[in-house]
Design a protein around this ligand. Structure first.
Ligand SMILES: Cc1cc2nc3c(=O)[nH]c(=O)nc-3n(C[C@H](O)[C@H](O)[C@H](O)COP(=O)(O)OP(=O)(O)OC[C@H]3O[C@@H](n4cnc5c(N)ncnc54)[C@H](O)[C@@H]3O)c2cc1C
Ligand code: SF4
Length: 338
């Protein structure tokens, strides 16, 4: 039994004051990731600061037509919120593709961004893992790496970020609002998660003494031409092997603007604007989508058990973009572009 202190934060300032006072403290929101990790000694905080009662639970419109989501809005409430379901259905679909109904009821928006990798060795405290224990080595590079990354890897770590929601947030150009001892700042969602480099123990650019207060979505929601397609070993309650969030503005069969990002392939949602540029102004055809897929995957690298993900990602991109262009977001649609 590892002892730890438990306190509740009274307000956001109190939460920041408490976390800044103890470098080994952690916030707890829904607890769906942190408590699992504490039970197996992967996380060993000396102090849990309960933020679940803070008033960060609103989903509201902001000036300019965007929407601000409080960091403690439960995943279920967010997915079913009328503003999100109507204007950002890609985000609703991504959230509902994750975990289970019970977990989504507990899991918070901020916690979803901060959830840790599902790399098998990260959970196995008797094996080396640079993310869990910096400098100990990476067991996955020559181990069982079927679920690991194919893009943006390093010699230190080939883990993926497991979130579905974050992939849609990257496509929507969301901004993360955070607060710390020196005030408030905003981090673009695409810059929030880091590549592993030689510091895989740091998943994000959030400082240890900062709290996520909100996510802000710009007005553009791609509510006509969008998809979230998640390919996994089982159809529910499984993390993505590869997923795609895609949003487009169409002019007939011509793509006016396209954005897409992949999940399950890297240490962060993988968005490549040079691949998106190959779609803009083009006809929505399988050939156009294949060109963008090949470009995005140009530096993909497979390891012993996950090379299949490169071809899987290529096919997922073509299928996801086809669904988005057709305005048929559900995976079961096989409607062909005329
Ligand atoms: C069996 C299972 C299956 C799952 N499947 C999926 C899936 O398919 N797709 C998917 O996307 N997710 C999945 N999840 C993950 C789930 O979405 C996350 O566990 C959840 O979103 C975490 O939110 P939480 O509020 O419970 O976080 P907590 O467990 O409370 O905290 C997680 C981390 O976030 C930090 N944190 C929390 N809130 C803040 C904040 N406001 N500011 C700064 N730091 C904060 C905590 O300190 C902690 O380090 C699954 C989880 C489980 C257990
Ligand atoms: S891939 Fe990353 S998380 Fe997995 S064993 Fe290697 S260092 Fe640890």
């Amino acid at each position: 039994m590892i002892n730890f202190q438990y306190t509740r934060a009274n307000d956001v300032s109190d939460a920041i004051r408490q976390i800044a006072a103890d470098s080994n403290a952690k916030f707890i929101a829904g607890g769906t990731n942190l408590l699992d990790l504490m039970k197996i000694d992967v996380e060993q905080p000396s102090h849990l600061i309960d933020i679940s009662h803070l008033p960060l639970t609103r989903v509201e419109e902001v000036a300019g037509g965007g929407v601000r989501i409080g960091a403690l809005v439960p995943n279920s409430d967010l997915a079913w919120h009328p503003l999100i379901a109507k204007r950002y259905p890609m985000l609703s679909s991504a959230i509902l593709a994750g975990a289970s109904a019970q977990l989504r009821n507990m899991a918070s928006t901020g916690g979803n961004l901060m959830q840790r990798t599902r790399c098998f060795y990260f959970y196995d405290t008797v094996t080396p893992c640079n993310k869990r224990e910096p400098g100990s080595g990476c067991s996955a590079i020559r181990g069982v790496n079927r679920i690991n990354a194919i893009l943006g890897t390093s010699e230190s770590c080939i883990a993926t970020h497991p979130s579905d929601m974050c992939v849609a947030l990257a496509v929507l150009d969301a901004n993360v609002h955070v607060m710390g001892p020196s005030g408030e700042r905003t981090i673009a969602m695409t810059d929030f998660h880091r590549l592993p480099g030689n510091t895989p123990q740091r998943d994000t650019n959030l400082n240890a003494d900062e709290i996520i207060t909100a996510i802000e979505l710009p007005a553009e929601g791609f509510n006509k031409n969008y998809t979230y397609l998640k390919i996994r070993d089982r159809l529910s309650y499984a993390f993505a092997l590869v997923s795609i969030a895609a949003g487009m503005e169409m002019d007939g069969k011509t793509i006016r603007q396209a954005r897409f990002a992949l999940g399950g392939v890297a240490h962060k949602p993988w968005r490549d604007q040079s691949a998106e540029a190959l779609l803009n102004g083009q006809q929505a055809t399988p050939e156009t989508f294949m060109r963008a897929a090949n470009h995005l995957l140009r530096d993909a690298r497979g390891y012993d058990h996950n090379t299949f993900k490169i071809e899987l990602a290529r096919r997922t991109i073509v299928r996801g973009l086809t669904q988005a262009a057709n305005g048929t977001p559900q995976s079961q649609s096989n409607k062909k572009i005329a």
